[in-house]
Design a protein. Structure first.
Length: 269
């Protein structure tokens, strides 16, 4: 085990121990209907945003991510700031688990208008990035199998050997595709995910460094690997999450992005 893995292990131990103690006294979030915590949770914040950095190949990437959790539903937005060729690109995801609804829309500056992402693409990545739509969702995609499959799961590649793994079949629009999610039993957080096609891994995601308990464990680092190419990319959260007014999500995406950029000035490098 290298130094980074050792530090990540120590951080996980401290985070999960504290979070488990808090979970015993904190009231559960109600209404999402899936029995698990929202992913990319920020603790007491229910409307928040943060900045992310990464390098894909030689391209420095900069993103802003915002999330609103309200009444058992979630609204998530991602904005691309760099590279220049993708600047202005955005994604918005609306989720209502009780109604089994998940709507994904995206906009690229070369498009005349935003478009709804079709289901077979929802199980993949944003164009020209390594960010999966599944990774941005607050809860498991409702069109995956309703119950875990009775099959062996292999999460030996992840740094979370004690996480509880469940494998779900993809929808009919993605034949042969499965999604395996591993949940840390102490915090209820999804900490690793593998997307496979005909039992061959095509993409792996995991939390490489959890955040502080007072931020809900919002990851400091996330690692994505693409087994077919052998490429691995790390996404780093820059600074702490900031509060976003709930009504900011009800306006034009450009207005939400501008608000985030002002609130996060100096945090995204």
């Amino acid at each position: 085990m290298g130094a980074d893995e050792a530090r990540a292990g120590e951080a996980r131990t401290a985070t999960t121990a504290t979070a488990a103690g808090e979970a015993a006294t904190a009231p559960p979030r109600a209404g999402h209907g899936l029995g698990d915590r929202p992913n990319l949770d920020a603790g007491p914040l229910t409307s928040f945003g943060f900045a992310v950095r990464a390098s894909i190949g030689r391209r420095p990437m900069r993103y802003l991510i915002a999330r609103r959790l309200r009444g058992g539903s979630a609204e998530t937005a991602l904005f691309v700031l760099a590279p220049v060729t993708l600047a202005g690109t955005w994604v918005r995801i609306s989720e209502d688990p009780a109604r089994r609804v998940c709507d994904v829309r995206t906009f690229v500056p070369t498009m005349p208008r935003s478009v709804r992402v079709v289901e077979r693409q929802v199980l993949g990545c944003l164009p020209l990035t390594e960010i999966g739509y599944l990774d941005l969702m607050a809860w498991r995609y409702p069109r995956l199998g309703a119950a875990p499959e009775d099959r062996d799961t292999d999460m030996s590649w992840s740094a979370w050997p004690d996480a509880r793994a469940c494998c779900y079949l993809g929808p009919a629009s993605t034949p042969g595709l499965t999604v395996t999610e591993a949940t840390d039993p102490r915090t209820g957080l999804v900490v690793a995910r593998s997307v496979e096609r005909r039992r061959e891994p095509v993409r792996r995601w995991e939390i490489a460094e959890p955040g502080r308990p007072d931020s809900g464990g919002l990851p400091r680092r996330v690692r994505v690997s693409l087994p077919p190419s052998g490429r691995t990319t790390e996404f780093h959260r820059a600074g702490d999450p900031v509060t976003v007014p709930e009504d900011a999500f009800d306006h034009d995406p450009a207005d939400l992005r501008d608000h985030l950029e002002r609130a996060l000035t100096g945090q995204d490098g």
